[in-house]
Design a protein around this ligand. Sequence first.
Ligand code: NDP
Length: 290
Amino acid sequence: MTTNATSVTLLGLGAMGSALAAALLKAGHSVTVWNRTPGKADRLAGPGVTVAATPDDAVRANNVIIVCLLDHASVHEVLDPPAGELAGRTVINLTTTSPAQARELAAWAAGADVTYLDGGIMAVPGMIGRPGSSILYSGAAAAFDQHRPLLDEWGESRYLGAEAGLASLYDLALLAGMYVMFAGFLHGVAMVAPAGVPAREFAAMATPWLAAMAGELDGFATVIDGGDYTVAGQQSLEFSDLGDIVAASAEQGLDTSVVDMVQQLIRRQIDAGHGSEGFARIVESIRAAG
Ligand code: NDP
């Protein structure tokens, strides 16, 4: 149990909001909750929980308002009506938004005399409050510093800067890496399936393989930051040709979109005369769309 119990409001008791609330309650904090559909607070245990009937009541209860709703539109839908009540308070918005939407909310908050801290949750609900959970923050630095002990109840807290869109930017950039990796894994699942290999068996091989290959990221980053794709020791673009993977997939009648995408990024750099340079150079294909 925490030695500095605080009292906060939490708007939104979906899967993630409920996990955030449960972690705070478990640590001994008091939480006033509100959810559009009543009854979801029934799952929350402990003497510290208070259920508010309206967003107005919930906002009035505390100076710190944590928001975990579906999207940007739902945040405005819930926070606009009690904007007057929010003046002088702090909003910590953990709803996933785009960077532009986070900046819009920060500007809206400034206009309403509300201190605004934006967050991007790098965890699934079951990870909240456990090792491996991290949340990225941007916006009001003073709010991050002041409420850090509370934020740390959910996982590792990382502040990225005063520009409110930064947490969303990093969040979405990390998710881009995750989704493309997942798609690559699923392409592999489809490739081995005709040979009678169950997805579970393939996953057991792919997990340590992909974990080992993640060790390459640091080397790519060093080359990109150095700006020299000719540095010795890199795997060249020509060596990285995905032609065999595309052909083996097409021969089995598979959709080759996932591997075609990488092959096209490589091909554009080879066609521009950079075939002997390092694989990391495909970042230039991404930077120069077209
Ligand atoms: P859920 O779909 O489980 O819950 C959505 C919540 O938003 C519910 O409380 C819902 O209320 C509320 N809501 C939706 N629309 C409105 C509206 N118009 N007005 C008022 N309330 C509304 O989503 P999660 O809890 O999983 O996700 C919440 C946020 O957390 C999202 O932005 C998500 O991207 C982010 N997140 C989630 C992760 C996850 O793994 N779940 C991981 C990382 C981030 P009601 O109960 O009435 O429907």
